[in-house]
Design a protein around this ligand. Structure first.
Ligand SMILES: [Zn+2]
Length: 264
């Protein structure tokens, strides 16, 4: 089909049917032939990627590991926490806990990092609503102290780009951890480089980047990693999608199926 199209177009050009002038000059025909081939290649690539998408993986966005929690999506009241204690060599504080269903990959990530000479300490993991409320209040007070001209509402909005409002933090569902340091300089460490390179193998993603800040609503946080499962994490990394973009792209079934719980 491609050859036939090329042939017809080249024939049309070289016989002057195209009317674009310059026929008789062999260079024009060669260039046109190249362009024709390129465009038909592109067309066939587009078609195959569409086919791949249709037959691609299906994700359940109501499942525990893919639950979207962000400034616009609070934790549902019926969300069931399943927590387990993080092993002491990796937990930076007593009683640090994480989702029991993902604690093995978290421990494996920390152990493999250690074996590679990378020291990771978890400085924040699961947080209660009370903890997050105190955290948020402290941030709002700091923002207001730094700029007394702000109203409470304005200060809250500014604080929320740094500390999630209570009920909208991934830490509250036990699926996020902060490693080593909540300083921007963490981005310059070998620990950060190792995490970015390897975290998807264990089902984790770097959740908040500068590039996606407009979509996530949260400032870049090189220390914050979220568990989503290996398959989803790999696709997000390969396609450079944040969780919001990934859900928008792969949530085809929920949107098409009106009986789905996702519609509620
Ligand atoms: Zn965090």
């Amino acid at each position: 089909m491609k050859k036939l199209l090329s042939f017809i177009l080249v024939f049309a050009i070289s016989s002057g049917i195209s009317g674009c002038g310059g026929f008789g000059d062999p260079t024009i025909s060669v260039e046109q032939d190249v362009i024709t081939n390129v465009s038909s290649e592109t067309m066939s690539e587009d078609t195959s990627s569409q086919e791949e998408e249709e037959a691609g993986p299906i994700f359940d966005f109501n499942s525990w590991e893919l639950r979207l929690v962000n400034p616009w999506n609070s934790i549902p009241e019926d969300f069931e926490l399943q927590l387990a204690t993080i092993t002491s060599p990796y937990a930076g504080f007593a009683g640090a806990s994480f989702d029991a269903r993902a604690i093995e990959p978290l421990h494996a990530l920390c152990a493999d990092a250690k074996a590679a000479g990378i020291n990771l300490t978890i400085i924040s993991a699961y947080r209660t609503n009370e903890f997050q409320t105190n955290n948020f209040e402290r941030k709002v007070n700091n923002v207001m102290a730094a700029d007394p001209s702000l109203t409470r509402e304005e200060a809250e909005a500014k604080a929320a780009t740094v500390v999630a409002r209570p009920g909208t933090s991934e830490h509250q569902v036990g699926l996020a951890v902060d490693f080593n340091s909540v300083e921007d300089s963490f981005k310059n460490t070998k620990e950060y480089a190792w995490l970015v390179e390897n975290c998807t193998k264990y089902g984790f993603i770097l959740r908040y980047t500068e590039e996606k800040q407009d979509i996530t609503g949260i400032i870049p946080e090189p220390w914050h990693y979220r568990y989503v499962g290996v398959e989803a994490a790999k696709i997000m990394k390969e396609e450079n999608l944040c969780l919001e973009e990934f859900i928008e792209k792969y949530n085809v079934t929920a949107a098409d199926d009106t009986s789905s719980e996702a519609v509620q």
